[in-house]
Design a protein around this ligand. Structure first.
Ligand SMILES: Cc1cc2nc3c(=O)[nH]c(=O)nc-3n(C[C@H](O)[C@H](O)[C@H](O)COP(=O)(O)O)c2cc1C
Length: 394
């Protein structure tokens, strides 16, 4: 087997190793998947303007995020059902993050409980909250605080589940049903099937199952990925009052929403279109980032995800104002290929690409990267260019 040298090679391995419906669950987007292509195009459009004759013999990509120093401007994004990708996938991802010195964000829809993850993985752990039912959310947040999580990520872009047509075609729904077609698919992937059986069968929603107060409806709602669609600003504000630690809002795509989060007391926002899994024609996170940056000035931490596949993508996002980015599918492909080692290898590849980009761009440190390192004409149209100019002056 060839040693994978980039994220795309890990994706190819993931496609081979996972049954089709699991690979498509990870890889797919909403409806016509224009958003998936737009997320990549946003990065690919931007060109670098390398600065020459700068001493880059020593380079540093460590970053300050929310008062803490992390190894690189990277986090692992919250993803549900990681146990389908690799046995105890949540723990494997969290350990890879810890070894790389970056935070791991645990999903509400994880397959190990948040207490078990804290006990077995260690490192900098954040907890992502889906509000399904307010009582359940209360209980999860209290448990997260007791277990030592100090950063809560409220995901606000899943008022209902995106229309993921690959999942619909494949009959992928939770709980996983083993139709004759699914059984054939499983038989064609014996390594995956054997690992699943050895680890106790189809993974469960451990946070919900381990919650005493959880009603059967909450479980069903999470399985359908059906959130409390009435959750609005007042509710977020109440969360801010109740949660005494860091609060981050994930899924923001508008400058005014970002500003409102910060004014409400959030410690930061994640500009994200959920990896193009929700609203197909939502703007690409990178395209709107300069405007969000301009709106928030430097108040609060500004993070971004959706479409990161290369170290150069990370550098572009940082140049346009992101303090750090989250990796979603990239580390999942690594996880599918080789568990913790695969996820860690993906992070290392991206770190190596960041390092090379810094050196060739003429930046000794990731903190030196600025919008002037990008050709803003390629960034595009009016409002975006204005945002870039404002960041540039800051
Ligand atoms: C398989 C999968 C499951 C996901 N589950 C969650 C989740 O439980 N909570 C959440 O906030 N975001 C979830 N996301 C979205 C990611 O956190 C992130 O926003 C997205 O993957 C970033 O895009 P990228 O995959 O192109 O890097 C999921 C994404 C994928 C691919």
């Amino acid at each position: 087997m060839r040693i994978p040298i980039n994220v795309e090679a890990f994706r190819a391995l993931a496609r081979r190793r996972l049954p089709r419906r699991v690979f498509d669950y990870v890889d797919g987007g909403a409806e016509d998947e224009r958003g998936l292509r737009r997320n990549r195009a946003a990065f690919e459009r931007i060109e670098f303007l390398p600065q020459r004759l700068v001493d880059v013999s020593r380079r540093d990509m460590s970053t300050k995020l929310l008062g803490q120093t992390i190894g690189a401007p990277l986090l692992i994004a919250p993803t549900g059902m990681n146990g389908l990708v690799w046995p105890n996938g949540d723990i494997a991802l969290a350990r890879a993050a810890r070894r790389a010195g970056i935070p791991f964000v645990m999903s509400t829809a994880s397959n190990v409980s948040l207490e078990r993850l804290a006990g077995e993985a260690g490192g900098e752990l954040w907890f992502q909250l889906y509000v399904l039912q307010r009582d359940l959310a209360d209980s999860l947040v209290q448990r997260a605080a007791r277990a030592g999580y100090r950063t809560l990520v409220a995901t606000v872009d899943v008022t209902l589940n995106g229309k993921r047509e690959r999942d619909m075609r494949n009959g992928f729904a939770l709980p996983l049903r083993f139709t004759p077609r699914a059984c054939l698919d499983a038989l064609a992937h014996p390594r995956w099937t054997w690992a699943l059986l050895r680890s106790g069968g189809v993974p469960t929603l451990a946070n919900i199952d381990s919650d005493n107060g959880t009603g059967i409806e909450a479980r069903a709602a999470l399985l359908r990925r059906q959130m409390d669609a009435s959750f609005a600003w007042d509710d977020l504000s109440r969360w801010r009052d109740r949660w005494p630690h860091r609060l981050i809002v994930k899924g923001i795509l508008r400058p005014d929403d970002a500003l409102r989060c910060i004014e409400l007391g959030a410690d930061g926002v994640i500009v994200s279109n959920h990896g193009a899994r929700q609203l197909d024609d939502a703007v690409a996170s990178l395209d709107i980032l300069p405007e969000v940056k301009a709106a928030c000035a430097s108040a609060g931490a500004l993070m971004l995800d959706s479409g990161i596949r290369r170290g150069s993508d990370v550098v572009k996002a940082v140049a346009l104002g992101a303090d750090a980015v989250l990796l979603g599918r990239a580390t999942l492909y690594g996880l599918a290929a080789a568990g913790e080692a695969g996820a860690l290898r993906v992070i290392e590849i991206i770190q190596d690409e960041i390092d090379r980009t810094l050196a060739m761009l003429g930046c000794a440190s990731i903190a030196d990267v600025r919008p002037h390192h990008l050709r803003t004409a390629t960034v595009g149209y009016g409002p975006l260019s204005r945002g870039v100019t404002q960041c540039d002056q800051a």
